[in-house]
Design a protein. Structure first.
Length: 90
């Protein structure tokens, strides 16, 4: 697996089990500018949107938020999988 993606995957896995908070996860992922430079621009846009929604969801309880945190984490996993496929093509 590509090293930056491996780091994002590990951070996502840790976030899912409560080992890190949303803010720490988001900061770690946003620091991967080199990875994003290797991907088409739309990947960065989608990732920013997902991280923004994840950060917003962390401010509210599940009941008051218009989207579920679990759903966002699933979408982040999908983003990782698609990014991996894109990088494998190059």
């Amino acid at each position: 697996m590509h090293q930056p993606l491996a780091g994002i995957q590990a951070a996502l896995d840790t976030l899912r089990v409560g080992g890190i908070g949303v803010q720490a996860f988001s900061t770690q992922v946003r620091s991967q500018a080199g990875l994003l430079a290797q991907l088409p621009a739309r990947y960065g846009q989608v990732l920013d949107d997902l991280l923004d929604r994840l950060e917003s969801s962390a401010l509210f309880s599940e009941e008051s938020c218009s989207f579920s945190q679990d759903g966002l984490l699933d979408n982040l996993q999908l983003w990782i999988d698609k990014a991996r496929g894109q990088l494998d093509k190059t």
